[in-house]
Structure formats: structure tokens, C-alpha cells
Design a binder for this molecule. Structure first.
Ligand SMILES: [Zn+2]
Length: 214
């Protein structure tokens, strides 16, 4: 029981989380008695997922992946910021310790973070984070300025943002060196369309990026 005083509705929601958790754990154990003990020993995920914090993008559910399958980092608008200790620690641990072979940056249409960065409105504390997306917008300003439908403009910026964040990944020494020397990790750009529930692979081309940098 939480110590906080909650109204009836909030208390019911809070309790439901623990009830559903017990049911989930029971169901898993019914199907496989050693499910939790086996997973407790180690993790061997094949994917490192960098996604948006948005509550409408349940990456495990929408890909059919279970616990142990995906190492996850989420932030507002799936930004790979090279001066962010949090994501850098996730990436280094994922690549060097867990030896993950696939890093996915996944954005989504209807992204509140992207829409906010593209709105012209200022948001106080959030602005330094949104500036990272505004920088991406600046690079594509001539195309984006020509779009009259704001939803289409926002969704296109969300797609450019994913590509830009993949390019940021390519600047990280242990990712670039790993790929050039061993062929891994591979960097993938995905966009999730909340209107259809479908993921789209934007086919980020690592070699083309590296060739351009030569
Ligand atoms: Zn989002």
C-alpha cells in the first residue's frame, strides 16, 4: 500500500498495477517454472533500442519481444546526444559488455517532443533538450518550410530526426570502430506509425555515411 493519500480512482489504478503484475508473473511461471530464475542469471539481448518515452509506443508488445530480448533506453524524441552521460553509458555497456549487434533508433509519427520542437513555442527547462531536435530542423528547413500541412511537416521532421540520431551514433568511437573492424554493431533507423501500429525500417546506410565522411 502506498503511503500517499489517493482518491478512490487513483487508488484503484495503483492497486490494479500490482494485481496485474501478480497475474503476469503467475502466467509466466505456469508456462515455464524456471522462467524468472533462468532470466535472473544473465541477459543476452540482441537489440539495443533507443526510443521515445511516449507511453503509446510499447516496444516489447509491438515487436512480440519478451524480457531479455531488448536492452532499452528512452528519452524525449529518441535523441542520441553525445554529451549525455546517461545514453553514453547505455551504449557503451550495450556494445562492449553485452556485445549487442543491433542498435535501433526508433522515432514515431505524432511525437510530442518533435512537435514541440517544431512549434516555435518555448518551454523553459525543456528547451535545451528540444534544441537538439531544432538543430535537425534547421538542416532541413528549406524542405520543411515548404510543407503547408503541419502534421506532415512534423512527421517528416520525426523521420529526419531518427536519421540524424543514427548519424550521431556513427560518431561514437566504439560503435564506428566495432563496425569497421568486425561488421558490428549495425545501426538501424525505424519509425513507428501510431495510426497503423506498424514499424517502418528507414534503411539507414552506415557505409554511405562513412563514405561521405571520408
Ligand atoms: Zn515521441
Amino acid at each position: 500500500m502506498p503511503l500517499h493519500k489517493l482518491n478512490e480512482e487513483d487508488q484503484e489504478l495503483y492497486n490494479r498495477i500490482f494485481q496485474q503484475n501478480r497475474k503476469w508473473a503467475d502466467d509466466k511461471k505456469k508456462r515455464d517454472r524456471s522462467f524468472f530464475t533462468a532470466h535472473f542469471k544473465e541477459q543476452d539481448p540482441h537489440f539495443l533500442y533507443i526510443g521515445c518515452s511516449d507511453s503509446r509506443v510499447p516496444i516489447g508488445d509491438l515487436t512480440g519481444m519478451d524480457i531479455g530480448d531488448i536492452f532499452v533506453h528512452r528519452n524525449i524524441a529518441n535523441v542520441v546526444s553525445l554529451d549525455d552521460d546517461n545514453i553514453m553509458a547505455v551504449l557503451q555497456y550495450g556494445v562492449e559488455v553485452l556485445k549487442i549487434k543491433h542498435i535501433v533508433v526508433s522515432g514515431h509519427h505524432g511525437c510530442g517532443g518533435v512537435n514541440a520542437a517544431n512549434s516555435g513555442v518555448h518551454y523553459g527547462k525543456m528547451d535545451s533538450w528540444l534544441d537538439k531536435i531544432r538543430d535537425v530542423r534547421l538542416r532541413h528547413a528549406s524542405e520543411l518550410d515548404g510543407i503547408s500541412d503541419k502534421n506532415i511537416e512534423n512527421d517528416l521532421l520525426a523521420e529526419y530526426n531518427v536519421i540524424a540520431q543514427c548519424e550521431n551514433l556513427m560518431q561514437i568511437d566504439f560503435i564506428r570502430k566495432g563496425y569497421e573492424e568486425n561488421g558490428f554493431p549495425l545501426v538501424h533507423a525505424w519509425v513507428y506509425d501510431m495510426r497503423t501500429g506498424l514499424l517502418h525500417d528507414m534503411e539507414f546506410d552506415m557505409d554511405a555515411y562513412l563514405d561521405n565522411k571520408k
